[in-house]
Structures are given as C-alpha cells and as structure tokens.
Design a protein around this ligand. Structure first.
Ligand code: C2E
Ligand code: CA
Ligand code: CA
Ligand code: CA
Length: 279
C-alpha cells in the first residue's frame, strides 16, 4: 500500500508538471504567434430558423502551432487573457474579421453580420472603443455589419462600466449579443439595462434538448424572456434535426451549429452565400 501511495504521488506530480509545462510551452509559442502569422479565422454561419437563410457568421480563431498542430481556442484564449496577449490577438481578430466581411460585400454577396467574440480583458481595456472604431475605419465596413459577442459574466464584473461601454458601441451602430446566456448570473433588472439585440442560448442547454425536459424548459424560458425584452434569440450547438425542430416549434429566431455547418474558411462562406443567392 505504501508503494502504491508513492506511485500515486509520483503520478500526480508528473501530471501537474506536464500541465504547467504545457502552459509554459503554449505561452512561449503564443508570444510570437501573431508576428509569425500562425492564427487564422474560421467562420460559422448563423441561420434564420424561419427562412433557413444565412444572415450572419461568427468568427472563431484557430492557432496553427508549428509543432503541436491546430490548438483549440479553449486551450489558449485563457492563457492569452492571463498574459494580456489577448488585447493584441483580439485586435487582429477584429481587423481580420471586418476586412473579410467587407471583401464579401465588395464581391457582391448578400450582406451578413460578422460576429466577433470579445473576452473580458479586451472588453475592459480602456481603448476598446478606439480599437473597434479603428477596425471599422481601416476596413471600411459599415458598423451595422459588425456584432460583438460578450458573456454575461464579463458584463457582471463591473455592471455600470460595462453598460456604459455597450451604450457607446451601440451608439456607433454596432450590435451586441450575450453569449452563453443562462450560464452566468445576471438579474432580470440588469438584463433589462443591457443595450443588446440578441441572447444566445448556450450549447450546454441545447445538447440534450430532444429528451431532457429541464433543458427544454430552460430553452423555452430564455426564448420567451428574450422576446418579452424585444430581443432576438439564437441557439448555438445545434447538431440534430430534433433540436432544430424543437427550437423552431418554440419560436426561437436563429440557430448555429454543426447541423447547418461547422466553422469553415472564408471561401466556403462565399460559396454558401452564392448558392443561397441562386435559390
Ligand atoms: P463560443 O463563443 O461559445 O463559440 C462556440 C463554440 O462552439 C466554438 O468552439 C464552435 O466551433 C463550437 N460549435 C459550433 N457549433 C457546434 C456544434 O454544433 N456542436 C458543438 N459541440 N460545438 C459547436 P471553438 O471554435 O473551439 O471556440 C471555443 C471558444 O473559444 C468560443 O466559445 C469562445 O469563447 C472562444 N473563442 C473562439 N474564437 C475567439 C476569438 O476570436 N476571440 C475570443 N476572445 N474568444 C474566442
Ligand atoms: Ca461566441
Ligand atoms: Ca457559447
Ligand atoms: Ca463559451
């Protein structure tokens, strides 16, 4: 037993070392990744549940690490936050996404809204408004074609300041949506004060939507809450026809998920929009 305990201890420390080491390796790599052009964006269509048409896309970052291959944002966005690198990376995402949307518009494709994820540190940074304005100016993209996705927990960190910033962004013509809705803690009165246009039902509530009555109740509650506040409601992580049917039958406005399309490169979005224009 003693021997086993010892082994367990060694196993434990080795595991710990591995994850700290992994963090350090990733962090080291992250520092040069932007200059080395190791990031790219994929775009996932957002679809209107009634018409079935693409009305927008969400930009999702990918990191092609020279040794580790593609690293998921789940593994590096947190590190980028902690280290402050997220501000420069987020800026790159904003500029790239705005330029891409302008390029689609210039190619004569039906206009879509470009949604960009904003993380807490990026949102709290004092030059956020200037940075967003610069991305719009530099790309010549109309502000109405840009949406920022912020999370409930981000807003609640400093409610008054967040609402102030959101109002400024809205005044510029940008729309805002609440990502991962239902996983945070905003009170109904706080929600009422958010200058937002869309609530996004988190995919954790969508996963078992076909047969979990609790998730069904949550989805229905978010949809009616959103509609009472004059907001549009989108569901993310829609993978099956059953989930899609449930959402449509319960008056959800929009959806996003593998059922319609995975996140894809810009050229594939152009093809999807061309195909849609021919229908
Ligand atoms: P998120 O904003 O909640 O994005 C949705 C995630 O769900 C994406 O993962 C997307 O690829 C994935 N997804 C889409 N449809 C489905 C589906 O049908 N089923 C399942 N299981 N998953 C689906 P991804 O691309 O790995 O991004 C993970 C998270 O990383 C994002 O969650 C977001 O919080 C963050 N992220 C991604 N790109 C950026 C970025 O440019 N800036 C910032 N700040 N965060 C980003
Ligand atoms: Ca998002
Ligand atoms: Ca989400
Ligand atoms: Ca998320």
């Amino acid at each position: 037993a003693k021997e086993m305990g010892n082994n367990n201890f060694q196993f434990y420390t080795r595991e710990m070392n591995a994850s700290v080491e992994e963090k350090l390796v990733l962090l080291e790599g992250l520092r040069g990744a932007l200059d080395d052009g190791q990031f790219h964006l994929l775009y996932q269509p957002k679809v209107d549940l009634r018409s079935g048409l693409i009305f927008g896309v969400e930009a999702l970052i990918r990191w092609e690490h020279p040794e580790h291959g593609v690293v998921s944002p789940m593994r590096f966005i947190g590190l980028a936050e902690e280290s402050g690198l997220i501000v420069a990376i987020g800026d790159w995402v904003l500029h790239t996404a705005c330029r891409q949307n302008k390029a689609w518009q210039d190619a004569g494709l039906a206009p879509v809204t470009m949604s960009v994820n904003v993380s807490p540190r990026q949102f709290e940074e004092k030059r956020l408004i200037d940075r967003v304005a610069a991305a719009l100016r530099e790309s010549a993209l109309p502000a109405a074609a840009l949406e920022l996705e912020v999370t409930e927990s981000l807003i609640m960190r400093d409610l008054a300041q967040s609402v102030g910033k959101m109002r400024e962004l809205k005044a510029m013509g940008i729309s805002l949506s609440i990502d991962d809705f239902g996983t945070g803690y905003s009170s109904l009165s706080a929600l009422k004060s958010f200058p937002i246009s869309t609530l996004k039902i988190d995919k954790s509530f969508v996963r078992e939507l076909a047969d979990n009555s609790d998730d069904q109740a949550i989805a229905m509650a978010v949809i009616s809450l959103g509609h009472m506040l004059n907001l549009r409601v989108i569901a993310e992580g829609v993978e099956t026809e059953q989930q899609c049917t449930f959402l449509r039958d319960n008056d959800c406005d929009e959806m996003q998920g593998y059922l319609f399309s995975r996140p894809v490169p810009a050229e594939q979005i152009a093809l999807l929009l061309e195909e849609q224009a021919r229908m």
